[in-house]
Design a protein around this ligand. Structure first.
Ligand code: C2E
Ligand code: MG
Ligand code: MG
Ligand code: MG
Length: 292
């Protein structure tokens, strides 16, 4: 009897695996058509100056609405990376970032926030990337100085020498580079700092530990002092409460982003927020001119 149960257990297990594989395949196929089917949307999550709480930037986050419902980027991005569809999807995303930058600058001038966009390592291996980004910048009239490319620490470290050359080309276009999820990889700081970086984004894990663990505070403090010495700006992501925010401000973090301030917003809602902030005199004033 035990043997039979074991066998049923095995059959159940293998059906489960089969189901998972089919679901992955559905996603892989679905991603290939998602752009032409208009299934992608973007969200913008405000990035605020820690001192003044003025909105200085926004991170563009991708959303996919498939016939079956919304699929989380944490789930579909890794699949898009494996199958290669991240390359066309990444271009679509960058185009959206250019359009947003242009629109915000037309509406708000020097007060307009910068736009930050996620780029995966797989995209850096695509030899048409630099040319395509250049073309999209030209075509849209977006200001590359106000567009930040977020690359995770892990993906940057996967092939530093190669990435260094691509990132230098992107930096020459005027684009800025931020290290995303900083602190989660096991990188050699010396290697990482050879890259043309403007910003470090401290991973949510450390922000989460701020009001619970002493070592998180020490780490955030060390990152902020190092960044200041290196002329890099520090952004903390995943700020969820006032106590975390208090620590970050006191530890010298430049920018904050998280549900405590705003969730990722649909474009119309983000624009409404900008209009509201501008009317209240709560956007960057010219003396506060961004040093991106
Ligand atoms: P990420 O780049 O580190 O983005 C931050 C994630 O944290 C977002 O999740 C955001 O919604 C979430 N977040 C922000 N504030 C808080 C908070 O206070 N608490 C909590 N619990 N979460 C917060 P999202 O939108 O689900 O994206 C997940 C990841 O998917 C991103 O992590 C990024 O790695 C990837 N991703 C999203 N959009 C794109 C894209 O257009 N291209 C690429 N290559 N990757 C993307
Ligand atoms: Mg990011
Ligand atoms: Mg991140
Ligand atoms: Mg993250």
């Amino acid at each position: 009897q035990a043997k039979e149960q074991g066998r049923d257990g095995w059959r159940f297990f293998s059906e489960e695996i089969h189901e998972q594989a089919r679901r992955r395949l559905d996603i892989t196929n679905g991603l290939r058509q998602a752009i032409e089917r208009n299934e992608f949307q973007v969200r913008f999550q405000p990035i605020l100056c820690a001192q003044s709480q003025i909105i200085r930037g926004a991170e563009l986050l991708l959303r996919w609405f498939q016939s079956g419902g919304e699929v989380s980027p944490a789930h579909f991005i890794p699949i898009a990376e494996m199958s290669g569809s991240i390359v066309p999807i990444g271009k679509w995303v960058f185009h959206q970032a250019c359009l947003a930058e242009r629109q915000w600058r037309e509406l708000f001038g020097v007060e307009a926030p910068y736009v930050s966009v996620n780029v995966s390592a797989r995209q850096l291996n695509d030899e048409s990337l630099v040319e395509e980004f250049r073309r999209l910048l030209d075509e849209t009239g977006a200001d590359p100085n106000r567009i930040v490319l977020e690359l995770t620490e892990t993906s940057l470290m996967s092939d530093v020498i190669f990435n260094l050359s691509v990132l230098n080309q992107l930096a020459r276009l005027g684009l800025r580079v931020a290290v995303d999820d900083f602190g989660t990889g096991y990188s050699s700081l010396a290697q990482l700092l050879r890259l043309p970086l403007s910003k470090l984004k401290i991973d949510r894990e450390f922000v989460d530990g701020l009001d619970k663990r002493h070592d998180s505070r020490a780490i955030v403090h060390a990152v902020c002092s190092m960044a200041r010495a290196m002329n890099l700006q520090v952004i903390a992501e995943g700020v969820e409460n006032a106590s975390q925010f208090g620590y970050l401000r006191d530890l010298g973090c430049d920018y904050v982003q998280g549900f405590y301030f705003h969730r990722p917003l649909p474009p119309e809602e983000f624009l409404a927020l900008l209009h509201e902030s501008s009317a209240a005199g709560r956007l960057a004033s010219s003396d506060d001119l961004y040093a991106l």
